[in-house]
Ligand binder design. Sequence first.
Ligand code: FE
Ligand code: FE
Ligand code: ZN
Length: 282
Amino acid sequence: MLYIGNHTSSSKGYEAMGKQMVKNGGNTFAFFTRNPRGGKAKEIDPSDVGKFLTLAGEMKFGKIVAHAPYTLNACAAKENLRDFARETMADDLRRLELTPGNYYNFHPGSHVGQGIGTGIEKIAEILNQVLTPGQSTVVLLETMAGKGSEVGGRFQELREILDLVSEKEKTGVCLDTCHVWDGGYDIVHDLDGVLTEFDKVIGLDRLKAVHLNDSQNDLGSHKDRHAKIGEGKIGLEALVRVVCHPALEGLPFILETPNDDAGWAREIALLRERYASQHSKA
Ligand code: FE
Ligand code: FE
Ligand code: ZN
């Protein structure tokens, strides 16, 4: 089963996101839990959530992937910024229990000169403060391009964060194809090798979602500029191999490509067609 959708606007609520995704041909999606630059979250309307859950059940949606604001920095040098990260994550996790059993992904953060080791410890500390045994949401660390002082550009860094977290069952990883490529993992010529490396370092059982993006830049560029599927340096064929890889079967694939809904609908249709033709051959 292929679960695919795009990152969509949450401004009209859950049912609107679900309906838009059905129009786009999707059966999962991602959205920002609040203004991506931070700030106060809108109150969630339980009747809106109820209608969404009915729709998602009828349309057999896969797990959805909420995205934390990207300004959140769990390993900032300034404690007030870490307070913001901690409070935002805790509040998001509380709100996400209205749609239980899904994913919440966040950018690990930037160590801003404190060193990667300090960054890793600070991120794990915040996770240990916000994760609770009773929550149903699984929190995903996103693989990063390694831009500036970003933590999470190497699989080993994510492994070290996960190792320091006590609620193991409540954590995992979201692999962003643009980010890993920009980070220097050659998913174009050696996808099997990259996934084997992921398995050795982190464990493929911890991989819960994929951000499916092409990249404007070269392997190892550490840039993080997404491109439309087939219009970047990764290319359509390599991204089709990602979508069809047996080790990634059943994961939600989320497009974060620079598109409008018509563009996402075309990308979803194309990838569904390629997935179906792969699977009819088998
Ligand atoms: Fe992201
Ligand atoms: Fe991403
Ligand atoms: Zn990105």
